[in-house]
Design a protein around this ligand. Structure first.
Ligand SMILES: [Fe+2]
Ligand SMILES: [Fe+2]
Length: 277
């Protein structure tokens, strides 16, 4: 199967006139044979606008994957449902858990899904929530919850389940999308809070193959320590992946490092970035 993947929401924009950036991620997945669907929705300020600027008609969207319950991936759900009608929403049962970022200065910011489940249901959301690996359409799979087995992937230490800083949030709902293509597997990440190496190991285990051709999306390496970045780069160098189209929470410094270490593989995936694979 072949797919066209178009980044609709991301922190930065490419050359397409009039598109807007916001901290977040959303990608339109268009299978050559099959229904288009959305992977994440950004914060909500840019999804519909950017889709219009790129002549992408979202009116036919009836499936949305929410990679995890952070506002910068789920905030566009309500405006999407209001403009485009009902959709089946795939995610993990924990996507509605309370979520906070506690900064070094003690400031606590709510970063969970900005609407509750019933408000989204009223707007036309049909939730299909499961923690398990599953096929959502022919050749398209969700990883489900990703086991945290690699010791160096300690992740983002600023995420908590409340404002006391006593309950770290490992974001267990984080999952990624796997597409089967003629060139190999394509992995679409939201924030990859589970860790890129944990996710790659889980993909190998669930799919029974390791031929990942392309990785696109947020790696969260911009919020992780040097040891995690060093070890991730070393695994990527040995993995045989052909393209790493990094977005969003990868951030500038980690992107610069990835670009330097994997010059033939790394590409920045801004708003408007399109991949046909
Ligand atoms: Fe994010
Ligand atoms: Fe996130």
């Amino acid at each position: 199967m072949t797919f066209r993947i178009t980044v609709l929401c991301e922190n930065t924009v490419g050359p397409i006139s009039g598109t807007l950036g916001e901290h977040g991620f959303a990608a339109l997945i268009e299978p050559a044979n099959g229904e288009p669907f959305l992977f994440d929705t950004g914060q909500g300020a840019t999804l519909l606008h950017n889709a219009r600027r790129m002549n992408k008609d979202l009116a036919s969207i009836r499936k949305v994957v929410i990679s995890h319950g952070h506002h910068d991936h789920s905030g566009g759900l309500l405006p999407l449902l209001q403009e485009c009608g009902p959709s089946r929403i795939y995610g993990h049962p924990e996507i509605f858990a309370p979520r906070f970022r506690v900064k070094d200065n003690g400031e606590c910011i709510s970063i969970g899904i900005p609407r509750n489940q019933s408000a989204l249901k009223d707007a036309g959301a049909i939730f299909d929530l499961s923690p398990d690996f599953r096929e959502i359409a022919p050749g398209m799979f969700l990883t489900g919850e990703v086991p945290r087995s690699v010791p160096f992937e300690i992740g983002d230490r600023g995420l908590f389940s409340d404002c006391t800083s006593q309950r770290p949030d490992s974001t267990p709902d984080d999952q990624s999308l796997i597409l089967e293509t003629g060139k190999g597997l394509v992995l679409v990440l939201g924030c990859c809070h589970a860790g890129l190496v944990n996710t790659l190991e889980h993909v190998a285990h669930t799919m029974g193959r390791r031929d990942v051709h392309t990785i696109i999306g947020g790696t969260h390496l911009g919020f992780c320590g040097k040891e995690q970045i060093d070890n991730t780069i070393s695994v990527l160098k040995k993995s045989g992946i052909r393209k790493l189209a990094a977005s969003h929470c990868t951030g500038f410094a980690a992107s610069a490092r990835l670009s330097h270490e994997l010059p033939k593989v790394f590409q920045p995936a801004h708003v408007g970035y399109t991949l046909e694979v």
